[in-house]
Write a protein that binds this ligand. Structure first.
Ligand SMILES: [Zn+2]
Length: 127
């Protein structure tokens, strides 16, 4: 249910953006998904497809997922290293005083959308 929760959260964000920007329809939604976000992309896509079929704004949208590599910073030697490869222990000095820099996010990177302002502009040009 983790994935469905994220889908619902993202949909809420997209709904709010739609209201603010007079968006009538989303064409595509690009998400940045971190390597260690814990999201299973196949399952996530299934959830998204299930959800969008009953959500008018997203009905015809295409979901694009971009995987973001996870990096960890080592507090002891200052190095940054690949989290998935080495885990919590720094491969340079073997310290475990490390923290994740990036890689656990699930963010909307960009969207393509149609707005009712497009129509408004077209009308103005004609006049
Ligand atoms: Zn280190």
């Amino acid at each position: 249910m983790h994935e469905m929760g994220i889908v619902l959260h993202l949909a809420k964000t997209l709904d709010e953006a739609a209201e603010e920007n007079h968006i009538t329809k989303y064409g595509s939604v690009t998400l940045e998904v971190g390597e260690v976000s814990g999201i299973m992309t196949d399952y996530f896509t299934d959830c998204w497809d299930y959800f969008k079929s009953r959500h008018p704004l997203l009905k015809d949208s295409v979901l694009k997922l971009e995987t973001i590599k996870a990096y960890t910073h080592c507090e002891s030697c200052g190095a940054a290293y690949e989290t998935v490869k080495y885990g919590k222990e720094c491969p340079h000095c073997h310290s475990t005083e490390t923290w994740l820099i990036t890689g656990n996010q699930c963010l909307i990177k960009e969207v393509e959308a149609e707005t009712d302002e497009d129509d408004a502009e077209a009308v103005q040009e004609e006049a």
